[in-house]
Unconditional design. Structure first.
Length: 480
């Protein structure tokens, strides 16, 4: 059975709930991909007039599956897991009947799964790559499209999920594989445009100087957080920053190809001379941009990267409900509230990065760098902090960064991020996390992708876990 045939079975299973009046409960992850996935499924069910609920979870831990199972026993419902579930098949099978479970995920599948789930959708089952080619939102999109072809307009939010999960490994930072199929659906439905331009947050919504000053990926010391310095840089290069006809500041999206090249040359020179950064780090800011023509010009939801950042900020700050509402189409109260959440989120990240710049927080531990935040950072933020903190590490180092933060329940959240050259050197953070957790007998979820992974471990095992994890990474690096 091929993917198209298989996903049709899942769509039929969803349709049957309307006839049996069985409630559908969607459980999804709190990151941008998870929120996009939950929104896609929610919108598709709403359109089909199928009763549903959406709940977000930090991780699909056994205690949450047990809670879901207790509620199921009281009144059976159809369980839908999106952006997680493939790595918890044995736990799910012990507590819930597979016939009442739908899984749309792209993470590694439980290797020793003892039960087959008839409605389990994971790219690995069809020979596709869940790291580079399709996200949880993408798998959810294909189920929604099978439910009704008119759901092709949801390709927009599916690509937001892919961008949120950094699935842009194609030429010019484009998506590939099944994600590209989704882009083509979006183009056909007139909801996605593909252009080449500067990939900096705020390219649609902020003045050029403001967007540069907000940059955290890369973190441009002397420019990030200093709009005055950015304005001076633009003045010195002679770039026109105000649109007289429109009576507003120009944005990065307004720049011509020639102006973009001039800006990039100036930034490369600044970063090489003042920051000792590699030119490619700045040149990587030029590439494929995914835009959504249905959204108003000058608004954050018009750009896939800004949209993904908005969703991620909602999930990481305890406002997942706003992210789901926006993904399902709310452009009033939820979007207004989320704008404020995003501003505070990015401010927090900049402040933390500035403290990292002062030194002493990130320490080298053999084959890894460790950022031990103690209890000073919300555990939901540590992944985002690690992502942007990578640029503060020595250039060309293949060693990944591991963030550690203490939780209130006597556990430690571990989040890892690896630079591109680490992946090329053979590093697989997800595999190393799983191996270390398994050897220590940790029952919490652990794993992820080669470039981004996470784990939750008892506080008492923190040092043992880090030592074991460092050993695994060292072995990976030594084999190349």
């Amino acid at each position: 059975m091929n993917f198209e045939q298989h996903v049709t079975l899942g769509a039929d299973r969803l349709q049957r709930t309307r006839e049996t009046r069985q409630l559908v409960k969607i459980f999804t992850h709190i990151d941008a991909d998870g929120l996009a996935a939950g929104a896609i499924l929610g919108k598709a069910l709403w359109r089909a007039q199928i009763p549903f609920q959406v709940r977000t979870l930090r991780q699909l831990e056994p205690k949450f599956i047990e809670q879901i199972a207790r509620n199921y026993r009281d009144s059976p419902f159809l369980v839908v897991f999106s952006d997680f579930g493939s790595g918890q098949l044995n736990v799910i099978a012990k507590l819930l009947p597979p016939r009442d479970v739908v899984i749309c995920d792209h993470h590694e599948i439980t290797p020793d799964a003892s039960v087959e789930f008839p409605y389990h959708y994971n790219p690995a089952l069809y020979g596709n790559d869940g790291v580079k080619e399709i996200s949880g939102a993408g798998m959810s999109y294909f189920l929604a499209r099978a439910l009704n072809p008119n759901n092709m307009d949801l390709a927009e939010i599916a690509i937001v999920g892919a961008i949120g999960d950094r699935q842009t490994s194609g030429e010019g930072h484009s998506v590939i594989g099944m994600n590209q199929d989704i882009v083509e659906d979006g183009i056909a439905a007139s909801v996605i445009d593909v252009v080449q331009g500067v990939r900096i947050f705020g390219r649609e919504t902020r003045s050029i100087a403001s967007a540069l000053s907000m940059s955290t990926e890369p973190y441009l010391k002397g420019l990030t957080g200093n709009q005055g310095a950015c304005e001076m840089l633009l003045v010195n290069m002679g770039l026109s920053t105000f649109d007289v006809k429109a009576n507003r500041p120009r944005t990065l999206a307004d720049l011509s190809k020639e102006e973009t090249q001039t800006l990039m040359s100036t930034l490369v020179n600044f970063c090489v001379v003042n920051l000792n950064l590699e030119p490619n780090l700045v040149l990587d800011l030029i590439g494929t941009v995914y835009r959504f023509p249905r959204e108003p010009e000058g608004k954050p939801l018009r750009d896939a990267q800004e949209y993904a950042t908005l969703l991620n900020s909602c999930g990481r700050t305890g406002h997942s409900d706003l992210g789901i509402a926006i993904g399902m189409g709310d452009r009033r109260d939820a979007l207004h509230e989320a704008d404020a959440v995003l501003a505070e989120y990015r401010k927090s990240i900049r402040e933390i990065l500035e403290s990292l710049e002062r030194g002493g927080t990130i320490k080298l531990k053999g084959s890894i760098y460790v950022l031990d935040a103690g209890n000073t950072i919300d555990e939901k933020m540590i992944g985002a902090i690690c992502s942007v903190a990578l640029v503060t590490l020595p250039p060309n180092s293949p060693k990944p960064l591991i963030g550690v933060v203490s939780s209130e329940d006597e556990t430690v959240k571990v989040s890892g991020r690896a630079p591109g050259n680490a992946i090329g050197a053979g590093v697989d953070l997800g595999k190393a996390m799983r191996m270390a957790a398994t050897e220590l007998g940790v029952q919490y979820p652990a794993g992820g992708h080669p470039a981004a992974a996470g784990a939750k471990i008892p506080s008492s095992l923190k040092e043992k876990f880090l030592n074991l994890f460092e050993q695994k990474i060292g072995e990976m690096l030594s084999t190349r």
